[in-house]
Each structure stands twice: as C-alpha cells, then as structure tokens.
Design a protein around this ligand. Sequence first.
Ligand SMILES: Cc1ncc(COP(=O)(O)O)c(C=O)c1O
Length: 411
Amino acid sequence: MTNNDETEGAAPVTAAQSMAELAAMEEQYAGGTTARRGDVVMARGEGCWMWDVEGRRYLDLTAGQGVAMLGHSHPALSAAIAEQASRLIACPNFFYNDVRARFVAKLVEVLPDHLSHVFLSNSGAEAIDGAIKYARLATGRTGIVATMRSFHGRTIGALSLTWEPKYRKPFAPLLDVTHVPYNNVERLDAAVDENTAMVIVEPVQGEGGVNMGEAAFMQAAQRICRERGALLVVDEIQTGFGRTGHWFGHEHFGLQPDIICLAKGIGGGFPMGALAYTNRVHTALYPGAHGTTFGGNPLACAAGLAALEVYQREELIDRAAEMGQMLFDRLNAALANRTVVREIRGLGLMAGIELRERVGPYLRALMEEHAVLALPAGSNVLRLLPPLVISAEEIEIGVEAIARVLSDEGG
Ligand SMILES: Cc1ncc(COP(=O)(O)O)c(C=O)c1O
C-alpha cells in the first residue's frame, strides 16, 4: 500500500456531508482563530497515517501536532480508554481514584529521581500557568525570566512567557516578563536578581524554529538560579516523552530542574498536562493553592497510564533516538544539494529544516501533491515531529516527498 492509496481504510462518507460541507460547517461555528490547511477533514488514524473523510491517506510526520507519540489509535491506548469509559469517566479530585493513583505512581517512576511530585492539568498552557503559581509560592517572589523565540502557550499566563510579539501585542498588558536571547549566558546573568521567582527554558525551542539549546547556557541557567534562589523551570511540553531521544529533553544537558511542564505526549494524544516538581516545591503547597475540575480525570489517567506502559514496553525512547539518527542521515543525504535549504537541525525525532524562503507553500505542496503532513516552526522552518513508532520505510517515503518539494524544480 502506498501513501496515495485512496481506498484502503477509507472512512464512510455520510451522503449529505461532503468534505467541503463538513469543513464549511466547522468553520461557520468554530472558525476564526485557526488558519486551516485547505478543506481537509480528517476522520481516522492508525500508526503514522491519517485518513480524511474521502478516504485519502496521509503520512503524518506531525503526530497530530506532537501528541500522538505512540502513533494514532494505538490498540493498547484505545482499549484502556474504552475500558475506563465503561467503568468511571468522572471523579472529583476530593476523592482518591484507583486509576489516578496508579497513573501518578507510574509517572513519577519514569520521571528523573529528583522530581518526586506531580500536579495533573488538562493542557500545556495550564501546566505553564501552574508553574508560575508554584514558583511564586515556593520562592515568595514574582519575577519571571524567559527566552526570546520561546513558545509556552496562549492563556494569559503562558502568553506572558511566550515571546512572539504578534501573539502578545493584542492582549497587553500581560504579566511582567523579561525575555533574554536564547543561549546568551551574559544576558541571562544580568536579568536574574533577588526578585526572580523562575527562569523558564525549552531544551529545544519548538514553535520558535527548532532552535537548539546549548549545554553551556542550560547549565549556566541552573547555576544562576541556584545561586540567586530562583527556580529553574523546563518546558518539556514538546520535548518530553522521548521526542528528543531521552525521556526528557533537559537530560541531554544533565540538568536537575525544580519544575518541568508536561503535556502533548503524556497521554499518547489524550488531552492532558502535568507539572512535575521537587520535594522543596511540594512543601510550599497547601489545600486550595491550586486546582482544576478536570485535571486527573479517570479517562485521562487511564490513557496516560496505558501510554507510559507502551513507551516502556515498546522501548520507544531508545527507538526515537535510533530512528531519529536514521531520519537525520536520510534528510542530510537527500537535501544536500537543495539551494532552498539553509540548515537541517534537531534532536531525536524532532527535526527542523530551515529554508531560505517562507515555509507555507512547501507545506501545502507536501500535503496536496504527496499526502505528507509536516508543521511550520516560525516563518521559514519545516518541522517534523513524527510518531515515535515511525518505521524506516515511512521515513523513506517522507524524506523522498520532502526532497521532491524542496527540489529546485519543485513538485
Ligand atoms: C513548548 C510548548 N509549551 C507550551 C505549549 C502549549 O501547550 P497547549 O497547546 O497544550 O496549551 C506548547 C504547544 O505547542 C509547546 O510546544
């Protein structure tokens, strides 16, 4: 079966609801904030593949925006969600819950040893907002230092940490945050003072352009935080759960952050987020310090527990490192003579191909002409975040399509 196979696995189309009608319906009632990729209406996924409602098959090199790390609809994940759905879907946090207990124990098992406690949220931005509160509580300070080109989400708290002016400007005033250039130790050193509650970094900046964190900067950030009593917060929302070839991106730099923020891969695609933190941070908490109705929902915890078991059982973290090496070898070989390519960079199965032109038309051509899905990062980086289960053959199909759209003739 090729990626242009139009029939295999095709989802049935309801007669009255063509792809264009469904797209128009969604846009009419829920449009306005998302720039869509044409009228494509997705209906089904399996492994690294997605199908639209007309049965066209796409190779998904985005893992559904970095979340479906086990591949789409992994049988163990689907079964765990279905089983839990038939048993208990809602359980308030003022009761303990069997699956929540098992999930948090498993999560702490896969976390670095010094991160001994977790708080469960529903999304990445909510985890970031939680980190701001926890850092302020644990330090009794208010100051926040983040980096230029960062992306931490779009709630008012998370947006305050996010750098991109076009996202921030319409919503000013935001929280007061000092942004220093990524990887600039001197500027960081100058920005952290006795009022700084936290410094937040991404190990690799995802949305900002797949920009690589440097070990010297990351280690200096930790040292400066320790010296001045600020907390080091690492945003692992995109880099966590094997994306970079380690369980967590900060492990590449030998860091021991005070707090890490998690989401995306934590539930294998099920909406979920978390904060993980040290015992020192934990001691600052008290009942009512933070909370959420849906965080720790049994269905999400069943998904999270199943996902963590699959990461371990299928050894997906090592696999990400191995397949990542293959991906970069193939990208470097196939794109060596492409004049539009400025640089190929990344870690594990997180890849950025920086172009000398805007990336939008290339992403469209990849999807429309080759049925391959990729993401932008900034205006001129083509970003790949494939599921960790991607095969050598699927890498080959993807790289070949990318090489064709980036060829001097295009197409
Ligand atoms: C590094 C990083 N932080 C935070 C977020 C925000 O997460 P969410 O979209 O779940 O709110 C994202 C989302 O892309 C992200 O990549």
